[in-house]
Write a protein that binds this ligand. Sequence first.
Ligand code: AMP
Ligand code: ZN
Ligand code: FE
Ligand code: FE
Length: 285
Amino acid sequence: MAHADLHTHTTASDGVLTPAALIREASSLGLGAIAITDHDTTAGVEEGQFEAARRGIECVPGVELGTGDQWGDVHLLGYFVRLDHRSFHDALNDLARQRFGRMRQMVDQLNDSGVPLRIEDVVRFSGTGSAGRPHVARALVDAGHASSVADAFERYVKVGRPGYVPRPKLTPERGIALIREAGGVPVMAHPHAVYDLAASLARLVPNGLAGLETDYGEYDEAKRQAMRLVAEQWDLIPTGGSDFHAVGLKEGRVLGGPRVSLTIVDRLRAAADTIRSTTTSATLV
Ligand code: AMP
Ligand code: ZN
Ligand code: FE
Ligand code: FE
């Protein structure tokens, strides 16, 4: 029985495989479905779906929004979002612009602290994709300022270091609303990272949160079990995914690691159908 991996990144954000290469890899691992969930962009989905169709597997359109407010950060996965929805498209474009402005600011701060780097060096790694700190880190390694991405984070781009600039964030409520307006299913990613999970769920479930990523790549079986109980208590769809970015990036984030049942994909699809039937007329791009 084939399985799904519902949390992956590609070159459309800070992953290292192109969408097509990711799908080929997934297909050779025997996966039946894969969701492409790049940071603040769906730009990799179309290419992924094209390759998936050729290989007879399913590529679920997805996105990961890194939201936050005074109560802390919440990463939201959006499944089956419509790629052609106007307000969603506009919101992602705004985020892309803000991400790029942030890259310029990071480069300026690094220069001010005596580290020569140009925005072009960062763009060589981000391409037209969703730009983030990992691209600055790769550029720093390439320029010889750091020995590895981890070293670059440690010395230059983590909180408190000279290159750090906070990322502009939507609130979780706004993120949930955007995903739902685009006909997608909002799911809380890696819930162990949330500061006060019970308080977050108490606020976000009434706002339309529909799922919880119980089977996260980095979680051991005990954590997954605990999260499945939480999902049950709140009547949330239990999802799972590796958060694969690159081979060897972080322990546990192995493509196809969490063996998520394909019935979960069907539940997400059904939830998306319900959300679409209750959302007022969509304006398309
Ligand atoms: P950003 O959203 O641009 O602030 O960057 C966050 C991204 O950086 C996430 O995808 C993390 O996986 C990655 N990241 C955070 N800390 C580290 C680290 N120490 N080493 C490598 N990647 C990291
Ligand atoms: Zn990432
Ligand atoms: Fe995340
Ligand atoms: Fe992720």
